[in-house]
Design a protein around this ligand. Structure first.
Ligand code: SF4
Length: 338
């Protein structure tokens, strides 16, 4: 049994105008002690996935179908409150995650009170310990400072300390380093890895940045327009990307782009899914699209090269499409990964 098992999760938003299928039937799992990446552009449904896991979907949003099993218990059957502290979240914006009118220590102590029943000196001592653990220098003094007195990197460390105050088994990190400069970003990623080793934490790491995914993930799910379109262990994905969208994201990694002189972005924008898919949602942006792509919804097929569990939802790799284009004529890697 995995720490987290998400099965066919569908989270939709019923507005007056339309229904938005923000998360449309995704499945993935996370083991204790591993980092699973969820990568895609803004608007792919990554953050709605994160909020779904924590039971934070508000009206007009609703989890329409699927299950979210944590330690074997389906949270969607009304069990979120029982596991509230076991799954903690670190958001992108540390400034917005901390309340500016309370000291950092107050905010950690409040979490300790709610989730671990700690008060008074014990709570203060634990808050200082947590700040020291995440690398805040002079923690006994800084515990009484306000968020604006912390630098951006220190604020994100404080947010991580607050998340750890719940003593979680699973950390959901939603673009936790996007607002930070490169040096601080590397420090925060190292900190997360260290905490994971110490605590056997499962981590869901959400980002738009393939370069960051390469640094942190053990396995990767690539998300596009509410769906997971490719999943694989990290090395397999980077050595043998198959889905045209994944290939496009790879080209946006600065080091690869400059080395190979490739275009840095996938042209076009992620569509907002307003109906169940009857086609490939990536077709309008796909350099390999052929006629069937606008009529048929691709299911995941096995595309493993060197590892198990590598699948892609793309008709190029499905049986029965003999007239699909030859990838060697479409992709600028000469189709070596086709
Ligand atoms: S199914 Fe067709 S449009 Fe979709 S990614 Fe594959 S080739 Fe491109």
């Amino acid at each position: 049994m995995s720490l987290l098992e998400v099965e066919d999760l569908r989270t939709v938003f019923h507005t007056e105008k339309e229904t938005i299928y923000a998360v449309d039937g995704i499945s993935f799992d996370i083991e204790a002690g591993e980092t699973v990446g969820l990568v895609g552009e803004s608007g792919s449904g990554k953050s709605v996935t994160a909020r779904s896991l924590l039971g934070l979907i508000d009206n007009p949003g609703v989890i329409e179908t699927g299950s979210i099993r944590f330690d074997g218990v389906d949270l969607t059957e009304g069990h979120w409150d029982e596991y509230r502290g076991d799954i903690a979240m670190v958001f992108q914006d540390p400034q917005g995650s901390l309340n500016p009118v309370y000291t950092v220590g107050n905010q950690i102590r409040e979490t300790l009170r709610i989730h671990r029943g700690l008060r008074g000196r014990e709570a203060r001592r634990t808050a200082v310990d947590l700040l020291e653990r995440v690398g805040i220098p002079d923690a006994p003094r800084r515990v009484d400072e306000y968020p604006h007195e912390f630098s951006g990197g220190m604020r994100q460390r404080a947010v991580i300390a607050t998340a750890l105050a719940c003593d979680p088994d699973l950390l959901v990190c939603d673009e936790p380093t996007t607002a930070l400069d490169v040096t601080i970003q590397a420090q925060v990623l190292d900190l997360l890895k260290e905490l994971q080793r110490e605590e056997d934490l499962g981590i869901l790491f959400i980002t738009h940045d393939m370069g960051v995914i390469e640094e942190v993930a053990d396995r990767v799910n690539v998300m596009y327009a509410g769906e997971i379109v490719e999943r694989a262990p990290l090395d397999e994905l980077f050595d043998h990307p198959r889905h045209p969208y994944t290939r496009g994201l790879m080209r946006s990694i600065p080091a690869l782009a400059s080395r190979e002189g490739r275009l840095p972005v996938v042209e076009g924008e992620v569509p907002t899914p307003t109906e169940r898919a009857t086609d490939c949602r990536f077709a309008p942006r796909c350099p390999a699209a052929f006629d069937a792509c606008t009529r048929e919804h691709p299911e995941h097929v096995d595309v493993a090269e060197e590892a198990d569990e590598h699948t892609a939802a793309c008709l190029l790799y499905a049986d029965g499409y003999d007239h699909a284009p030859d990838p060697s004529t479409v992709f600028d890697d000469g189709g070596e990964n086709a």
